[in-house]
Design a binder for this molecule. Structure first.
Ligand code: NAI
Ligand code: 15L
Length: 266
């Protein structure tokens, strides 16, 4: 198998549970980590329950690891204080441990909320300045900048996968644009892990949907080829063709995140 030890953080989460089954062929041992319970380790799995904000624990977690799929953290808007611990401090601990342990590449589960304040009439590529729509989005921008720094300074490679909406199917009209099927998520991760050279790259994680807000031409070296399209769900959203909509929750790329209250602390 290509890797001896591959680490997946966020293994107890929605995407982590899907990936746990799908990434087994990529490594002799998949190290699964989360702050939450992950059940019993199967064949070829090791389970390490820890808080990413705990630097010593993350250092230990990283021993012998060759590559990381970093999906752990708070995945929607929250207070700044909570986001700071899990996503900002947690991601900094992860990068420092990865550097110290000689990890070659990290795939960072970034988010469309790094650019969530662009409007549904904007079509952007990876060179567009970030426009986060939430503390959550700001924390993902921090993660991306940290990845850029570790690449330039010590040659640790990262693909920042700016995931749109990765769920079994779109649940609203906005997700007809932002949807990333689970199969295409796995394809994006596979290409990102095994492309010859990625340096610091940004890849938008979306399926081959009829309407797109994001242009992946700057990431052609990764070779990501989505196979699914949200068009298979057209019947659920018969007015999708009328994009852009006049509904506030789809005014911005980030949808409702851009409209949420600012909550600094609990
Ligand atoms: P999720 O919330 O289901 O999973 C996140 C996991 O991280 C949870 O199991 C949680 O226990 C764990 N976690 C939270 N704080 C932690 C801490 N301090 N230490 C260790 N583990 C901690 O979210 P989901 O949907 O599985 O997303 C996974 C990743 O992908 C997240 O980083 C999210 O921001 C990102 N993402 C997901 C999108 C989606 O459409 N599902 C879209 C864009 C980004
Ligand atoms: C995200 O970043 C979240 O993790 C996910 O729960 C969805 O809200 C997704 O973005 C989205 O924008 O649909």
């Amino acid at each position: 198998k290509p890797f001896k030890r591959l680490l997946l953080t966020g293994a107890a989460g929605g995407l982590g549970k899907i990936l746990r089954e799908r990434i087994k062929p990529w490594a002799d041992v998949v190290v699964l980590s989360d702050i939450a319970d992950m059940g019993v380790a199967g064949e070829g799995e090791e389970i390490v329950q820890c808080d990413l904000a705990d630097k010593a624990a993350v250092m230990q977690l990283m021993e012998g690891v060759e590559a990381v799929l970093h999906f752990g953290g708070i995945s929607t808007e929250n207070t700044f204080e909570n986001i700071m611990q899990a996503n900002i401090l947690g991601t900094a601990n992860l990068y420092e441990a990865a550097h110290k342990q000689g990890v070659k590449r990290i795939i960072f589960a970034s988010s469309n909320h790094t650019v969530g304040f662009y409007r549904n009439t904007d079509y952007i590529d990876a060179t567009a300045p970030t426009r986060p729509d939430s503390f959550y989005g700001v924390s993902k921008c921090f993660g991306e900048q940290l990845a850029s720094y570790y690449w330039d300074r010590v040659g640790l490679e990262t693909v920042c996968l700016r995931i749109g909406s990765s769920f079994p199917e779109p649940v609203d009209r906005r997700m007809m644009v932002t949807w990333l099927s689970y199969d295409d998520l796995v394809e994006a991760l596979h290409r990102s892990l095994f492309a010859t050279r990625v340096g610091f790259s940004i890849l938008f994680g979306m399926s081959n949907n009829d309407v797109a807000w994001w242009d992946n031409s700057k990431a052609s070296h990764i070779g990501y080829k989505p196979k699914d399209s949200s068009s298979q769900f057209d019947a659920k959203f018969p007015d999708s063709g009328e994009y852009p909509a006049q509904n506030a929750s789809v005014t911005y790329h980030g949808g409702g995140f851009a409209l949420a209250e600012i909550r600094y602390k609990d």
